[in-house]
Ligand binder design. Structure first.
Ligand SMILES: [Zn+2]
Length: 72
């Protein structure tokens, strides 16, 4: 599934992870997120996200960095 990145803060939405903070279950595609879903990091709306496509290993490394920033 395609990952999406927030244009404002660089948060990655990875469907495999979902969005625990907003009660989005893992394996939820970006297209299936509610229209009022907002970036968990900066509250940007869905239309501020752009598709970054299938993650490469490098993208996951970057994602893990961003993800861990918000989990602690
Ligand atoms: Zn954001």
């Amino acid at each position: 599934m395609d990952m999406y990145a927030c244009d404002i803060c660089g948060y990655y939405y990875a469907p495999e992870y979902g969005d625990e903070e907003n009660h989005i279950a893992p394996d939820t595609p970006f297209a299936k997120l509610p229209s009022n879903w907002m970036c968990p990091a900066c509250n940007a709306s869905k239309d501020k996200f752009c598709r970054v496509g299938q993650p490469t290993l490098g993208a996951y490394d970057q994602y893990d960095l961003v993800y861990s920033d918000y989990i602690d």
